[in-house]
Ligand binder design. Sequence first.
Ligand code: SAH
Length: 459
Amino acid sequence: MEYLPLFVDLKDRNCLVVGAGEVAARKAGLLLKANASVTIVAPELSAATQNLLDENKLTHLNTVFDETQLVGIFLVVAATDSEDINRRVYDHAKANNVLVNVADNTELCDFILPSILDRSPMIVAVSSGGKSPILARQLRARLETLIPPSYGNLATLVGRYRENVKAKLPTLAMRRRFWSDILQGRVADHVLAGRDKQAEQALNALLEQSKTDELQQGEVYLVGAGPGDPELLTFKALRLMQQADVVFYDRLVSKEVLDLVRREAEQIYVGKQREWHAVRQEEINQLLVTHAKLGKRVLRLKGGDPFIFGRGGEEIETLASEKISFQVVPGITAASGCSTYAGIPLTHRDYSQSCIFVTGQLKQGELDLNWSALVQTNQTVVVYMGLAGLPTLSHQLLEHGMPADTPAALVQQGTTAQQKVWVSTISELPSVAEREQPVAPTLVIIGHVVSLHNKLRWF
Ligand code: SAH
């Protein structure tokens, strides 16, 4: 290990920054964030350093660097354009036992400033030892997706209860078990969902060992898995996916997304098929309840967004009436994902001022839609579940006055490597489907924005 990571308390310690350009401003800003007392040495200030000065955050020595400025200094950063000056700062700092960092010159550094992920009081520092700051930043960005912003609140809560817990639980082993349960369980869930009061209640209950039954109740996460591309998941979806004990998923959830669910979680397929949908839904609702009552963290993973043609409302209604706690996480809905990946903007100043989502699911072979609302001009119509009823859809729209040459598209398996897009007109679309035989899931998009596909396709 070339460098030992240390977390240094810089509060009110004297730190010197030599130079006043952008890099110097960035480093001074970082030191100030840690409440150091910062002095900048430079004959001229850049706008960024001037700003810090204007905010009364630092002291400015309006002169060139000399050795005497190092007296009483804890650490110094050299970030001037001049190699000579930087080198002089380094030499003097060394001679005076002052910690030194020369920007962009690892050889002349006692310490390096890492890439920081700040979830105070939790702090993650990443460094490549000066070899590739970009790689360090990329790793930091990856960690950022794994560690939610409210993560620090967990540490704060633990900090506040440390002494209490110590008083109550005499052995280290007991305390370790206690905290490990807290940090992986319901209390952490509450904190990360912003429910501080419930978190504290649950923690107290657990500490008193009196309300353990209540604590043992499970929770359901109703999570939108997006249209297929796993990178379209939200941070929150991923976090909940990685702490589930059991997952119920259906046909629309892609394999790549499913691979991101916690490995130990039991996976249960509740795939839906058009015809026996209605019967099955009640069963699914009941399954969620049963598993939550066993104290499990139940993940209900749905394609797209759970509240857009996803029957998410019905599932949580059952949970609510059974008094089971739940969270809902929105997902990128097929309309948004497919249109974006097909290069078809849903609205456009020149072509479409509104957008309407409808279901094209047939009921006894019929489509019961408000046709006059769908044939308005300057509007985009997105039809979910519209493949089987496509001939009826096209026929009815034409009957109700939609111009036959209105552009229309089919997007099959949007956002995935199997995505296919067919562009045609509303009158021709059924014969295109007949010929090309698209497979589910396929989305229908109708409106003049579809004509932009040729120009804007990118995926
Ligand atoms: N809740 C989902 C929609 C469920 S209805 C959402 O918000 O996206 C199922 C319909 O969604 C399918 O019949 C199809 O029309 C559409 N759909 C879902 N994912 C799709 C995808 N990746 N590509 C094309 N259409 C998709």
